[in-house]
Design a protein around this ligand. Structure first.
Ligand code: HEM
Length: 415
């Protein structure tokens, strides 16, 4: 199993799958292809020191099978709220966050949240999202070299989700800084200082949300926090601490992932100028373009599960508590499912990618993410049809979340 990663002559050889390798960060796909071919279930480097054994899964069919397997849980058995793999703020808040719960508690939280965060409610936000996109894109100077991440693609999702939650516009910058700190600490590639900063951010954000939740309890509005407080199902409702925890989850889940989709998506299009031009010629291709960008360079590259009992996986025997790394980014490039998976084809038919997960924890935000990405790409393509890369992009040092820190471009206008 241990050897040098790469091709030796015609032979494939493997090292441990090591998502901490800097080469992996820039382009994880060659590693994924090697493991998918040679060792599709790989006993590799555990994502967190407290976990002794982790198996990474690369093939589409296996990843989808694991996501649908109710013997694989989000929470390590026997550690509910005490999982040493998670920072303390997650252990405390995680008890109330839908993502960190397993059935049956998960079902209760998800049903109540879905009542508040309904498709109609999301659709009703379209005009606001469009106005936010237009405001940010029209502020980008023409004929200049700019970083598209800091100017447009990173601030857009936070403005959208914070406004949906009903947080005042003047607080959005603060909320974004807290959320960035929180996300960095949930990633396997996190530092001790990062975890400390996240703890501070969690406490400050929680205190901030406490005031907002108190206000909305007394005087509900049209925003999502008010809707969560008012949501009722079969005589049940969310407690205030559950509203706060899930508002926090929606803020970070709904924000960092969409930043990934926008940045990775624009980068992929600019590296494939024919596809960028095609987007301008055929705006009807926009919905399939968004799906293809989600598949091609997925914002969440991997997610983890824990075995609830001993079970067999690809010739290995997992023991209760073992971790499984489900590599969504590898599944989405599986040639068994996607013809020429490394080719970007914005008209690709079929939407079977796993970028939003599958099964119990399937993402609650696809409608919002698709709307935001569609509107942003259309506006960007219309305003800057001759947009060009102006240097190497810079990736954020996170592994589960794949997103850009900087995307230098030249904004030649349409004239
Ligand atoms: C491109 C954007 C997005 C991507 C790629 C994405 C991806 C995902 C994935 C892969 C999961 C499942 C994680 C797992 O199974 O362990 C998930 C769950 C979730 N997502 Fe998203 N997401 C996106 C946007 C959003 C948005 C905009 C929201 C809400 C504002 C959101 C809210 C959630 C929630 C609440 C869950 C947990 C669901 C549950 O545990 O039942 N996501 N997302």
């Amino acid at each position: 199993m241990v050897g040098c990663a790469g091709m030796a002559g015609d032979e494939l050889s493997l090292s441990h799958f090591d998502p901490f390798d800097p080469v992996f960060l820039a382009d994880p796909y060659p590693q994924y292809h090697r493991f998918r071919t040679v060792e599709p279930v790989h006993h590799g480097v555990p994502p967190f020191p407290a976990i002794s054994r982790c198996y990474y899964v690369f093939r589409y069919e296996d990843v989808a099978g694991c996501l649908a397997d109710d013997r694989l849980l989000r929470t390590r058995p026997g550690t509910r709220g005490r999982n040493p793999a998670e920072p303390r703020w997650i252990r405390t808040l995680g008890r109330s966050m839908v993502l960190f719960n397993d059935p049956p508690d998960h079902h209760r939280l998800r049903t109540l949240l879905a009542t508040a965060f309904s498709p109609d409610f999301v659709q009703g936000r379209r005009a606001h999202v469009e106005a936010t996109v237009d405001r940010l894109i029209s502020a980008v100077p023409e004929g200049a070299e700019v970083d598209l991440m800091s100017g447009v693609l990173a601030p857009l999702p936070v403005h959208v989700i914070a406004a949906i939650l009903g947080l005042p516009e003047e607080d959005h910058g603060l909320v974004r800084a807290w959320s960035d700190d929180l996300i960095a600490a949930t990633d396997p590639r996190r530092s001790v200082t990062g975890v400390t900063r996240a703890g501070d951010a969690a406490r400050e954000l929680l205190a901030y949300l406490e005031d907002i939740v108190r206000d909305r309890s007394a005087d509900p509005g049209e925003d999502l926090i008010s809707r969560m407080l008012l949501a009722r199902r079969a005589g049940d409702r969310l407690r205030e601490d559950e509203v706060m925890a899930n508002a926090m989850l929606l803020l970070s889940a709904g924000h960092e992932t969409t930043v990934g989709l926008l940045g990775n998506g624009v980068l992929a299009l600019l590296r494939n100028p024919d596809e960028w031009r095609r987007l301008g010629r055929e705006e009807a291709v926009l919905p399939s373009a968004v799906e293809e960008l989600l598949r091609y360079d997925s914002p969440i590259q991997m997610t983890f599960r824990f075995a609830a009992e001993n079970l067999a996986l690809g010739g290995n025997t997992l023991e209760e508590g073992d971790a499984v790394g489900l590599v969504l980014g590898a599944a989405n490039r599986d040639p068994e499912v996607f013809t020429e998976p490394d080719r970007l084809d914005i008209g690709r038919a079929g939407g079977r990618h796993l970028a939003f997960g599958l099964g119990t924890h399937f993402c609650m935000g696809p409608a919002l993410a698709r709307m935001e990405a569609g509107l942003a790409l259309r506006a960007l393509r219309r305003r800057f049809p001759r947009l060009r890369l102006a240097g190497d992009p810079e990736w954020r040092p996170t592994i589960s979340f794949r997103a850009l820190q900087r995307l230098p471009v030249t904004t030649i206008d349409r004239s």
